[in-house]
Design a protein around this ligand. Structure first.
Ligand SMILES: C[S@@+](CC[C@H](N)C(=O)[O-])C[C@H]1O[C@@H](n2cnc3c(N)ncnc32)[C@H](O)[C@@H]1O
Length: 194
């Protein structure tokens, strides 16, 4: 598929920072993970397409994290940091305190390193990032909270879901239409933290 496909063109037209925005729109439509008063923590946010979508749903301030920089968005507190760094949780918690955010209701991760095209390598990198996010969710997420994780499907996907599903009442793999069909990219939705 041409990289300038219909989602790319629509993103430009709608002033969205990335075509990825349509993936979150579809996930939200199907699974209703964010509510109008959700406190959302977003991981792997740059350039900010998902962030723009999140801001249209919740009226609460959004905390967005990325290892790279991101141009500011109104109502968004941006933290430049590595989700695999064990100190990042302290920085997030300090930011929450500073903003008067007591709990996180939704964690959304579209984090991924630049893909290599080597299936197993990309799978494993996404598995490591997803594991860091799920560990963080255990500490930060409020009861009944939701998590969405990007993953490149592979050998560990089944184990990943089996490991984390015990903490949530609902889990489901989804592949949004805007996700390129030739890619192994999927999203794993965990809802209702027990
Ligand atoms: C697919 S892009 C996200 C696109 C974004 N959701 C949007 O809609 O514009 C993946 C992002 O994950 C970030 N990332 C990769 N490794 C990371 C890490 N260890 N910690 C935080 N962010 C990371 C990358 O810098 C990149 O910006």
């Amino acid at each position: 598929m041409n990289r300038k496909d219909k989602y790319y063109i629509k993103a430009k037209k709608d002033n969205l920072r990335s075509r990825a925005a349509f993936k979150l729109m579809e996930i939200q439509e199907k699974f209703n993970v964010i509510s109008e008063n959700s406190n959302v923590l977003e991981i792997g946010a740059s350039p900010g397409g998902w962030t723009q979508v999140i801001r249209t749903i919740t009226g609460r301030p959004v905390i967005s994290v990325d290892i790279n920089r991101m141009k500011p968005i109104d109502g968004v507190i941006f933290i430049q940091g590595d989700i695999k760094n064990p100190d990042i949780i302290n920085i997030i918690q300090k930011t929450m305190e500073g903003e008067g955010i007591e709990k996180i209701d939704v964690i959304l991760s579209d984090a991924m390193v630049k893909t290599s095209g080597i299936g197993e390598r990309d799978h494993y990198e996404s598995y490591l990032l997803g594991t860091a996010v799920m560990e963080m969710a255990l500490k930060l997420l409020s009861p009944h909270g939701n998590v969405v994780i990007k993953q490149f499907q592979g050998d560990e996907t089944g184990n990943f879901i089996n490991k984390w599903k015990q903490y949530y009442s609902f889990n489901k793999i989804t592949k949004p239409r805007a996700s390129r069909s030739e890619s192994r990219e999927i999203y794993i939705v965990f809802k209702d933290r027990i």
